[in-house]
Design a protein around this ligand. Sequence first.
Ligand code: FES
Length: 127
Amino acid sequence: MSRVPIRYGARPCSLVVCRGCCCGDPRKNPGTDHAAQLDRLRAAAAASGGKLAVRTSDCLGPCAQANIVVIQPSTEGRRRGGRAAWIGFSLDDDCLDDILAWTEAGGPGLAPPPATLALQMIDPPKN
Ligand code: FES
């Protein structure tokens, strides 16, 4: 059995779930159970053994494409060239399935995104 070295200070793949003025607002997207969505992502993080982290954020900018979820690479994923992926219109279970499948596979830099999720990638706002 091979041992996986523990890398202190290494950050896991993480999800930044926008919950600003529009993302998570049932008046903007009434067909989505926004609280259940966040619960599901947090439960996945809790069950990941430290491989996935989830946090919420105030408005990230592209409100017209709410709900926004940003998938940030792990330290190893970033080392291998992975960059944050901005996902727009994250409104249904299929989208969350794809997000969690990708993060389970390693996320940006370590695995290709599901093809259907790639269609939902948006450009990050320019500062
Ligand atoms: S509230 Fe999410 S992008 Fe503005």
